[in-house]
Design a protein around this ligand. Structure first.
Ligand code: NAG
Ligand code: NAG
Ligand code: NAG
Ligand code: NAG
Ligand code: NAG
Ligand code: NAG
Ligand code: CA
Ligand code: CA
Ligand code: CA
Length: 848
């Protein structure tokens, strides 16, 4: 690394449980553009619906109606209500007939006879209900499976627009309540059919099909070898809007079906496009395994397993954006009948069944950990994901892990426990619907009389190195290492006695927990705070006079348009937009649309799970990150892709005492790289030209920016893409979480990381940053400090990106890694080149 500045590790700095993030709205500079509130409401609806998953979706009206209301460009007049369709899907078990292969063939006489009887029966029952008979359309039997004869059924109701107020009465209970009679009179079959059990639950009407509808329907039989199917048009030209496809998979009796998707690339909006997988032959919500959309990286493939010998895969597309689709492999495997385990080593690991594939539905496992008498057990989950729609993380009524009579479910980033005896039982339960990745856990035995030899014992029983006590970081996870401390000079003393890094003062995030780090920062109640922190009288806000020296008092006003300030976006027609961070936010703010031009940037083609775990970056997670190799020295600096031809980096990588550093031919760029030893899908380019800033100051790192023109353009892929450059008016307010990435040394003077590392940091208040760096920060610099835990690497590399995500989902280059004080010094901020201040210079040099 030589003289190149790099960043410090956050050794086990834990998560600060008390960090309460402001809502996006509070964090941002006020954003009063007219559209904002409306869009926020719609977005909330989409997000709420997406989180609640199937259930909400199933209860919404026709997709067409939804589409109309989610379009941000639609006028705010509510769309005229359209007719609604309700569909219910489920199973009827018929106990008094024997299964024959004819029942698998929808054209056989037996299939048609029995189905006809069952359909008539359902029609009669619904016909007796005043409400339901009015809207009943039809029932359809779509298949049978063996065991006792299970028939898969769905029922459709059509509710005209004028009657939409009856919709709340269409509950699962109401529909099921009609089906009390269990004896089905058979006219054709010659004997009555006995229905021994019947279930129906609401389903997405787009998922139902009749048995004679053979378009994009496949009946597959699994065997012991992998067989393949793909979505229509895969991989090119891809699938079309309006696609409805179904794959029914059957395996031999007693076997289960394992399904995996080596390629899964569909639209990233689960409302329109999704793959739904069921533990059934029909789309029953109560037997759903999962529903997914998006483009999954190969490091996180979708792999599921059924609990019985049938499975249904349904694929729905309503989007106009054509994507390649998916390739799936299926085979039959023996079921996991028993998954109980006894672990007796002094330490060990265990996972949920099939991990890292999804665990199977309908399974219960008991892990018994037993260590010698007198010892205790400490355990830690490194991965914990049991997320289901409409499940409350407090009650854990569906899938859960139970330890010492307490249930855990949902998604957790840290879960550590210690036993009170030498035996610890961990119960894992998965119900019949929805599965997830599950968990990965490790345990170790400890001696209760000396639980942490040479280390500090946290309240929960885990150990942290003594040096982490009172360092301002929540290493224990329960803050017990940070109570009753004497603060150091580079720490802030909270009123409640805790010590926090000084650079967390006045960043609008309550780090102390009692708000004392944010107390001296706000203006009087009758005052308004400029973006640069100065307080002005509230009456001066939006009065068409620039009172804040940065003009932020006039940058977000509904009624005073046209004032151009440092914080307003200037359109091509030279009009200014009264809306913070207007560029590439997905909304046309300029009359000429120029704020949304050139916005194919800042997206990550691969969809990532929120928890990818650890500090290693995932494939395609930071597609703008570039590794710069110098001569034969290997990785030396980093850069960010801003277009197919241009990279942005730091001047200090090229303007050094060694003139060789300034020569383009001595450098090699590697884009799409994650692992320094892994060259697959990496694009290597020579540099044609290096432009360093003429006012770069090697004494204080002022204007630490460089532009690299590539000898040949890059080809953007899933793992190679540009990041958005922020307009010079863009604000990154203090407290905003961003990410720093790099292959930086793993310790001061240590080895480089092989795999790209990532760390979350938050933007630091300029005044505070200038104080903690003893006045070394110029206006072309900004600071950020580490935020979350588990970082074991010296983060970042000179020239690399500080990536900040905006509400629109797009990533912007907030900063360029410039300098910091050494490595492994937690309470020192990192200093970055402030890209907004050099935005104009980038434009002058590159035209971008
Ligand atoms: C079903 O099969 C069993 C034995 O295999 C037989 O005894 C029974 O009569 C059959 N029932 C019908 C309805 O065919
Ligand atoms: C049932 O719905 C289908 C379309 O979903 C429609 O074509 C048909 O006319 C409806 N039948 C009845 C009896 O309402
Ligand atoms: C448990 O897993 C961790 C990392 O996943 C590994 O370092 C450790 O050796 C494993 N322990 C045992 C006993 O297998
Ligand atoms: C769930 O598993 C139990 C036995 O563990 C089995 O009897 C039952 O049929 C299974 N249910 C489903 C829906 O697969
Ligand atoms: C930064 O902190 C100072 C106090 O140290 C405060 O007066 C100022 O308002 C803060 N700036 C911002 C933008 O919050
Ligand atoms: C603009 O609106 C603000 C309130 O949003 C008000 O305080 C201000 O007086 C108005 N200014 C003008 C010029 O109308
Ligand atoms: Ca600590
Ligand atoms: Ca704070
Ligand atoms: Ca915009």
């Amino acid at each position: 690394m030589g003289s190149v500045a790099h960043y410090e590790p956050q050794e086990r700095n834990g998560r600060n449980e008390r960090v309460t993030f402001l809502t996006e709205k509070e964090k941002m500079a006020p954003k009063n553009c007219k559209m904002v509130l409306i869009i926020a409401v719609i977005l909330f609806f989409i997000i709420a619906a997406a989180v609640a998953g199937f259930l909400i979706w199933f209860f919404t009206a026709k997709p067409t109606q939804l589409k109309a209301s989610t379009s941000p460009t639609s006028t705010m007049v509510a769309p005229p209500p359209s007719d609604a369709v309700r569909a219910y899907s489920g199973q009827m078990v018929i106990s008094n007939i024997n299964y024959t292969n004819d029942l698998e063939d929808s054209s056989s006489l037996q299939f048609q006879d029995i189905s006809g009887d069952l359909q008539d029966h359902l029609g009669n029952l619904f016909g007796q209900d005043k409400l339901l008979s009015k809207y009943y359309n039809r029932s359809s039997i779509i298949g049978y499976s063996e065991g006792s004869v299970v028939s898969y059924v769905w029922v459709q109701f059509d509710i005209p627009a004028a009657d939409l107020d009856v919709l709340p009465q269409f509950t699962d209970n109401r529909v099921m309540g009609v089906l009390r009679s269990r004896r089905v009179q058979s006219r054709r079959f010659g004997q009555d059919l006995m229905v021994s059990s019947l279930t129906l639950s609401s389903t997405d009407p787009r998922l139902v099909r009749t048995p004679d509808d053979k378009s994009c329907f496949y009946a597959l039989t699994a065997n012991d070898k992998d067989q393949e199917f793909t979505s229509p048009g895969y991989p090119s030209p891809g699938y079309q809007s309006g696609t409805r496809c179904h794959w029914q998979i059957r395996a031999s009796k007693g076997k289960v079906i394992a399904l995996s998707f080596p390629i899964f690339n569909i639209e990233d909006d689960c409302m329109g496009d999704f793959v739904a997988i069921y533990n059934s032959l029909c789309p029953e919500n109560r037997n759903a395994i999962t529903q997914k959309c998006g483009n999954r990286p190969p490091s996180n493939p979708l792999q599921v397993i059924s609990s019985g010998n049938v499975m249904l895969v349904s694929f729905v597309s309503d989007s106009t954006v054509q994507q390649p689709g998916f390739r799936a492999l299926f085979r039959q495997v023996p079921p996991i009948l028993a998954c109980d385990q006894t672990l007796s080593g002094l330490s060990g690991n265990f996972t949920s069944p099939n991990y890292p594939s999804f665990y199977p539905p309908n399974l219960s496992c008991l892990y018994t950990i037993q260590v010698p008498q007198g010892m205790r057990i400490r355990m830690k989950f490194s991965m914990f994901r049991m997320k289901e729609p409409d499940t409350d993380q407090g009650s854990c009524k569906k899938d859960y892990v139970e330890i010492m009579s307490k249930r855990y479910c949902g998604e957790r980033s840290v879960l550590q426990l210690a036993s009170t005896t030498n035996v610890l039982q961990v119960k894992f339960y998965s119900d019949s619907s929805y599965t997830d990745k599950g968990f990965e856990a490790s345990y170790s035995a400890f001696n209760p009389s000396n639980p942490c030899p040479g280390e500090f014992t946290c309240k929960a029983g885990n150990c942290v190195p003594s040096s982490l006590r009172c360092d301002g970081w929540n290493d224990c996870g329960d803050l017990s290492d940070e109570v009753g401390c004497q603060c150091d000079a580079d720490q802030f003393s909270c009123k409640n006695g805790m010590c926090k890094p000084k650079y967390w003062v006045c960043d609008r995030v309550n780090d102390c927990g009692d708000g004392s780090d944010e107390m001296e920062c706000s203006c009087d109640p009758d005052q308004w705070k400029c973006n640069n922190g100065v307080c002005i009288s509230k009456s001066k806000l939006c009065d068409a006079v620039k009172d804040c020296s940065d003009g932020s008092d006039e940058s977000s006003c509904d009624n005073s348009t046209g004032i151009c300030t440092d914080f307003t976006f200037k359109c091509k027609n030279n009009k200014c937009v009264n809306c913070a961070n207007a560029e590439c936010d997905g909304k046309e703010d300029c009359e000429d649309g120029s704020d949304e031009e050139n916005c194919n940037c800042g997206i990550r083609p691969y969809k990532h799970n929120r928890i990818v775990g650890g500090t290693d970056a995932d494939i395609g997670e930071w597609p703008w990150q570039v590794s710069l190799h110098f001569q034969t020295n290997g990785h030396t600096c980093a850069a960010s892709i801003i277009s197919e031809r241009w990279l942005v980096s730091a001047s200090h990588c090229f303007s050094t005492s060694n003139p060789d550093n300034a020569l383009p031919e001595n450098w090699q760029t590697y884009s799409g790289m994650r692992d320094q030893q892994e060259m697959n899908s990496v694009q290597q380019r020579k540099i044609k030209r290096i432009i360093t800033h003429k006012n770069y100051n090697s004494m204080n790192f002022d204007n630490d920016i460089a532009l690299l023109e590539l000898a040949a353009p890059l080809e953007f892929t899933n793992t190679i893409h540009s990041i958005c450059l922020p307009d010079s008016s863009h604000t990154f307010p203090p407290g905003k979480p961003c990410w720093v990435t790099g292959w930086g040394a793993l310790a001061e003077d240590g080895m480089l990381a092989q795999v790209l590392q990532k760390a979350q940091v938050k933007i630091i208040n300029d005044t505070v940053c200038n104080e903690v760096t003893e006045g070394q920060v110029t206006s072309r610099m900004m600071c950020s400090g580490y935020l979350t835990g588990g970082v074991d690497a010296c983060q970042g590399d000179s020239g690399g990106p500080l990536s900040c995500q905006e509400e629109s989902g797009k990533w912007f280059l907030g900063g360029i890694v410039s300098w910091g004080e050494g490595c492994a010094r937690k309470n020192k901020p990192g200093v970055y080149t402030r890209v907004t201040k050099l935005r104009q210079w980038i434009k002058e040099q590159t035209g971008i």
